[in-house]
Design a protein around this ligand. Structure first.
Ligand code: F0G
Length: 446
């Protein structure tokens, strides 16, 4: 089947709709200062032909076809082959969470594990596109502000593309796993005495002065790459659409990207209906939850963010208007969850044999609330987007199981309820009898 020839996607401001030929260094609209997005002015695709083209590429040996991002290149901004920098990202697994489903009284609960990307988080899907755009435009330096995963991903793709990386991270607020990645991949790493929002503010000022390419999710190329998570998800489901997709919300780039993909797929008739996309924030970093619940989406008041899910410790999310648009278009909800609910949900996902980092676990914690309120029904089909790998933040996991995660916090007493999930390591003499006795005791208790 022959594909029609649609025109390449163009940039447009999400607020005033001007369509610049190219983006400024800070990716802000020159007319009103809001964010830019890509759109198709002539989305003249044949959905059946697209589906079979994408399916056939799975059998190809071409690195672009093997990438779970570039395989869908018809829906991405065009970048010449010679500039594409790929680490075989995407192609992430979709797992049943059977225990969690049973506990929740839901028949069909799946997790799309974006932590199974090359650097251990969903960021790689957007980074391959935006880093390729940086290389195409001839930049020597790329930069991002980060809570740890963007910086890990950027540092890897930057090095693969022979570009230097500048990382700005909040001092003492990102996990060691993520920091170590940025160092190992060769980035110039600056720990600033501020929070994520302070790092992003500073970087935005910096790129207005220096020819440094900004790789945060305000960069619309990032959003386009991250769209492929949703494309791949429904392709894995043979183009069946789940009833609900649930994502964590930090800077709100990922929810915007997944929502944009769903809306585009619906417009292009690749899917017959829209799933509800719901977004979950930590209570201590909940500006979007408040924007929707307290201000009816009319404004977002920044907060000083604080949560042990450090990936989403963000008080002034850049993409909140994009996220609001997809929330409204899909009919999803915004939830917030407590620190204990996050820790509990993370251990429950772990007990299903699927590890993730704390920020990813807000999805299950949020689902419990959406189930309790009746927004999610027992017979509905739910997919959680797990955004980061368990090994990104082993410190959190060890402290949870040792039982000291909430020590000295206001939630110390309430933390009693997570005790049954704790599996602290047991120190024994190297003695067969001692190990057998421990095994027998555990067997009696299970
Ligand atoms: N989950 C993980 C594991 C993350 O690292 C992030 C964001 C999110 C969820 C939230 O995604 O910002 O698109 O709403 N991490 C960024 C970083 C901010 O710098 O690594 P979002």
């Amino acid at each position: 089947m022959k594909l029609d020839q649609p025109t390449a996607p163009r940039l447009r401001c999400i607020s005033c709709n001007v369509t610049p030929i190219s983006a400024a260094q800070d990716f802000r609209c020159h007319a009103c200062g809001d964010l830019l997005e890509f759109f198709f002015s002539n989305p003249n695709f044949n959905p059946l032909a697209l589906k079979s083209l994408w399916q056939n590429r799975r059998a190809s040996l071409d690195p672009q076809d093997r990438s779970g991002v570039w395989r869908f290149r018809e829906l991405l901004p065009p970048i010449p082959d010679s500039h594409i920098i790929t680490l075989a990202e995407g192609n992430t697994p979709l797992y049943h969470l059977r225990r969690c489903a049973r506990a929740l009284g839901i028949e069909n609960l799946l997790a799309k594990h974006q932590g199974m990307n090359p650097t251990g988080s969903f960021k790689d899907t957007g980074m391959t596109v935006a880093a390729s755009a940086a290389r195409q435009q001839g930049f020597r330096w790329v930069a991002c502000a980060s809570t740890g995963n963007t910086s890990a991903s950027m540092a890897a793709y930057g090095s693969r593309a022979h570009m230097r990386s500048l990382v700005l991270i909040p001092e003492g607020q990102i996990s060691w796993g993520k920091l170590s990645q940025s160092l190992d991949y060769g980035a110039l790493t600056c720990q600033l005495r501020t929070d994520f929002d302070g790092c992003l503010r500073l970087l935005t000022a910096l790129v207005r002065q220096k020819p440094v390419y900004l790789l945060n999710s305000v960069n619309p190329y990032r959003i386009e790459g991250q769209k492929t998570t949703a494309l791949e998800l429904v392709e894995q489901l043979d183009w069946q659409v789940p009833d609900h997709i649930i994502v964590p919300g930090g800077n709100l780039g990922n929810s915007s990207a997944i929502g944009k993909a769903l809306i585009e797929m619906h417009d292009l008739k690749l899917i017959s209906r829209l799933p509800k996309l719901s977004i979950v924030q930590a209570e201590g970093a909940n500006p979007f939850y408040r924007a929707v619940h307290d201000f009816a989406g009319k404004k977002l008041e920044p907060v000083t963010a604080d949560t042990m899910a450090t990936a989403i410790r963000i008080g002034n999310p850049a993409s909140w208007k994009k996220a609001l648009k997809v929330l409204r278009a899909t009919g999803g909800q915004v939830e917030q969850v407590s620190e204990i609910e996050i820790a509990e949900a993370k251990a429950e996902i772990g007990a299903d044999g699927i590890g993730c980092e704390p920020a990813s676990a807000v999805t299950l914690a949020g689902l419990k609330k959406l189930r309790a309120s009746g927004f999610v029904q027992a017979n509905e089909f739910v997919v959680l987007i797990l955004t980061g790998h368990l090994l990104k933040d082993p410190d959190f996991t060890i402290r949870f199981h040792r039982g000291d995660l909430f020590e000295g916090t206001s939630e110390e007493r309430a933390a009693g309820r997570i005790k049954p999930l704790q599996r602290a390591p047991i120190v024994l003499d190297a003695d067969l009898g001692a190990v057998l006795a421990t095994l027998d005791a555990a067997d009696r208790n299970s």
